[in-house]
Design a protein around this ligand. Structure first.
Ligand SMILES: [Mn+2]
Length: 273
């Protein structure tokens, strides 16, 4: 039985550390290991933060399977929710089943530093050993940080980094480079034109409409799709629909809605999650 199925039917307590470790080792060859990937898809589903909420990851995945559509997850799979090891196992086994049709991007919570402060490290250590935590952390560098879809969409967890003109430059960024980290940390804002430090996020940046316009123009793309911030309605458009921000856990903080998107050509349908 697949580990995700076992967790689902018998609970995380039924899985041994050796089983989870083998699963993590096996998954490595299925993860891209590239910073950026491109797909020529015309139709796909795209999902924002799921943060340890298994049902938030599952509902869009089941729709993707039913309709035979590819699906992109925009990162932040763990920390905070009640089903962190469950959510991670579910998403990774989905990836292993259909590696070319399922893309797991890296969020700012797919980092050791965040896991130490926001819950995942203690969740793993409570149930298993430090060894499993180290192995899971070693996977994160294999998640792509950005994706280009069908010459239309630029998909990332946070947004565009300052100092990158062409998306091709992302392919060679070192993972210690601030510009690499900005891709999963930065936030959009209508208040500024280009870039400004974001003190709420500990030194990463906020980016404005002119920065987005020029990035899209240079790269011949039409929209950025990103996650990383809770939205009251589950989504929010910025900059005359040049950017879509989605968040996929409902009732995450109070009464917010969760949404994911079904994209077909240039049509985008936002679906309750
Ligand atoms: Mn985030």
């Amino acid at each position: 039985m697949d580990i995700a199925e076992k967790i689902h039917s018998k609970g995380i307590r039924s899985v041994s550390e050796a089983e989870y470790l083998d699963f993590i080792y096996d998954s490595k060859e299925y993860l891209e290991g590239d910073n950026l990937i491109e797909k020529g898809w015309d139709e796909f589903l795209i999902v924002g933060d799921t943060h340890g909420h298994l049902n938030a990851a599952k509902k869009p995945a089941e729709e993707a399977i039913k309709k035979d559509l590819p699906i992109v997850y925009l990162g932040d799979y763990i920390d905070r929710g009640d089903e962190q090891l469950e959510n991670l196992a579910y998403l990774i086994s989905l990836k292993m089943e259909k590696p070319g049709q399922v893309i797991l991007l890296r969020g700012n919570h797919e980092t050791e530093r965040m896991n130490r402060g926001y819950g995942f490290q203690s969740v793993v250590n409570r149930r298993f050993s430090k060894k499993l935590f180290r192995e899971i952390v070693s996977l994160y560098d294999r998640f792509p940080v950005a994706m280009v879809i069908g010459n239309e969409y630029f998909a990332v967890h946070g947004g565009i980094p300052e100092g990158i003109t062409s998306y091709f430059e992302i392919m060679d960024l070192n993972h210690g480079d601030e510009r690499y980290k900005e891709i999963f940390w930065n936030d959009p804002t209508e208040e500024i034109d280009t870039f400004q430090p974001n003190f709420q996020r500990g030194g990463y940046k906020r980016y404005g409409e002119k920065a987005v316009e020029s990035f899209l123009k240079v790269n011949d793309l039409s929209m950025i799709i990103r996650a990383h911030q809770v939205q009251k309605n589950g989504y929010k458009y910025y900059f005359d629909k040049k950017l879509l921000s989605i968040f996929s856990v409902s009732n995450y903080r109070g009464g917010n809605q969760g949404k994911y998107a079904h994209v077909k050509g240039t049509d985008i349908e936002l679906i309750d999650n």
